[in-house]
Design a protein around this ligand. Sequence first.
Ligand code: ATP
Ligand code: MP5
Length: 272
Amino acid sequence: MSRPIPCALTIAGSDSSGGAGIQADLKTFQELKSYGMSVITSVTAQNTTGVQGVHHLPPVMIKQQLEAIQADMPLHALKTGMIADIRMMKVVAEAIPYFQAPYVMDPVMVATSGDVLMESEARFYLREHLIPLTNLVTPNIPEAEMITEKNIESAADMEASAEHIVHGFGAGAALVKGGHRMGEALDVLYDGKKMYRFTSDRITTKNTHGTGCTYSAAITAYLSQGVPLEEAVRRAKVYITAGIRHGFSIGKGNGPTNHWAIREEGARDECH
Ligand SMILES: Nc1ncnc2c1ncn2[C@@H]1O[C@H](COP(=O)(O)OP(=O)(O)OP(=O)(O)O)[C@@H](O)[C@H]1O
Ligand SMILES: Cc1ncc(COP(=O)(O)O)c(N)n1
């Protein structure tokens, strides 16, 4: 019998410049050979310099998109990115259990440019109602600090934060990303039993628009193919590191990562 086609879904905002959000996720799914689907939460007018405008879709339209997929499409893993307010989060929280597929949450709060992408009071809803539904949450350091209300200054603090997100808030696993620290690019994964560290050399570049979206989309793609969590993160780290290394100097601000970079680099394993 032939294997089913791996199907992955992103529930996120649209980035008109194509480097982050829905566009980054679909490019990543495609590159990693999972069939990509999308539920759009908000449309942003955005480029490499920042976010110029945001239009939120009515929650009923988000619900309709989710129902359209539930009614007809197979699904093997899903992720969420930008979900700006509580009304949208409620619709998503109701839908997730019906998919019965691994759920990866990128808790998008603020863009690289500093623009706010989630209402501040929504973070409590996200923490109480969405995090317990996840198989994996992928906060960067400021997001992990926001969730746990504790400062992170060291690698040990990152590990404590990942444990807190799992045991304190009910995430299936937590990947705390160190892109915002100096030194090597260290991420820590805690799966409820074991702690793992993933590191790569820090690349000097300003082209990091969409790194978090792309990384979580790569993890989702691998999970949709049945790859176990730790291995999915390991492979996704290789993918995002290549993407950052070959990022595009386009636009006047922070350029996007390169979603096909892994083809240039081959399967070189760059993370340890
Ligand atoms: N300059 C860099 N060199 C190498 N790896 C990096 C660099 N910046 C970020 N990373 C890696 O990219 C991945 C995304 O991490 P990051 O902390 O940037 O997420 P994020 O802040 O959510 O991303 P975004 O920029 O989309 O908000 C992590 O694996 C991180 O270690
Ligand atoms: C629609 C959308 N979703 C997510 C991000 C975060 O990505 P980044 O932090 O790299 O700007 C973004 N800028 N836009």
